[in-house]
Design a protein around this ligand. Structure first.
Ligand SMILES: [Zn+2]
Length: 288
């Protein structure tokens, strides 16, 4: 039967939907880790506000909607510039005034500006001025963007779009450098070390935060006096890590395997942990 040889249209459509879109952030697992680490560190007031703002289908689980901001990039095209920052090629430094703008040069439209904006919106929680905002969306955007700004290549060079135009091989698979940092390093770590998947990985990071890293954690949480959000600190750290680790030693068509994986995984783990700790610290400052 001729029709049987052709894949049904519906199946093709489903496959198209299931394929990963080019991304500007940690993959689903990276965001899930950041949000889950954060939710375990919330104050009573912040935990209550988060539960109140989450839609009921999230069942009070922030991490279940931590990739929502990636899912709505097409529904809200204005939001796609809010996932990253493009910095000048080769400079390895970030400046809000110079770099936080979209491709049309509109100031403040970058991940640091978005973190400031959604923090200000959430500060109206419980006040009459809150009604002008959708605070559920503000919470989901903020939770996602604090994750994104910790992905080193979210604060990457303009001409290669944060490694999105650098073709590489991750072991034998063709990909781009940006995706290696969004997802491949995390996935390989899960395959190699965490037989039970992402929950096991989160558990390990959480234990390291309260163990080996516990003395550094207060400095991660710090934000300037009277400041609620500190995205500029995180962006500066990311472009430094992008230069020192992500871009380092990588050329067009490089093959990245064990040596790159084992030397970069500690950086990924640190950034995921810092993202989670800082998302919690920010929400705790917002909601008291
Ligand atoms: Zn993103």
């Amino acid at each position: 039967m001729a029709a049987a040889a052709t894949p049904p249209l519906l199946l093709l459509l489903l496959l198209a939907v299931a394929l990963p879109a080019p991304s500007h952030g940690w993959g689903v697992d990276g965001h899930l880790m950041v949000c889950q680490i954060a939710q375990g560190r919330l104050s009573g007031a912040a935990a209550a506000a988060v539960r109140d703002l989450l839609p009921s289908y999230a069942r009070s689980n922030l991490s279940s909607l931590c990739s929502w901001a990636d899912d709505v990039k097409f529904r809200y095209p204005w939001s796609s510039a809010l996932h990253y920052i493009d910095t000048p090629d080769g400079l390895c430094a970030y400046s809000y005034d110079r770099d936080c703008k979209d491709e049309d040069g509109v100031k403040g439209r970058c991940v640091a500006g978005a973190i400031n904006n959604y923090t200000s919106q959430l500060l109206t929680y419980g006040r009459s001025s809150a009604t002008q905002y959708n605070l559920t969306q503000a919470l989901l955007f903020l939770s996602h963007f604090i994750g994104d700004i910790h992905q080193p290549l979210h604060v990457g060079f303009t001409s290669d779009r944060g490694g999105n135009t650098i073709d590489v091989h991750w072991y034998r698979r063709k990909t781009v450098l940006h995706h290696v940092w969004d997802a491949n390093i995390i996935q390989t770590a899960e395959d190699d070390f965490y037989g039970d998947g992402v929950a096991d990985y989160i558990d390990t990071l959480t234990k390291t935060i309260t163990g080996e890293w516990s003395e550094q954690v207060p400095s991660w949480e710090e934000c300037g006096k009277n400041q609620t959000a500190c995205p500029d600190i995180y962006a500066s750290e990311s472009i430094t890590a992008a230069c020192d680790w992500a871009y380092k030693g990588v050329d067009e068509d490089s093959t990245l395997e064990d040596a790159y994986f084992s030397s970069r995984l500690p950086v990924v783990n640190l950034r995921l942990a810092q993202g989670g700790v800082r998302l919690a610290a920010t929400l705790n400052r917002i909601f008291g």
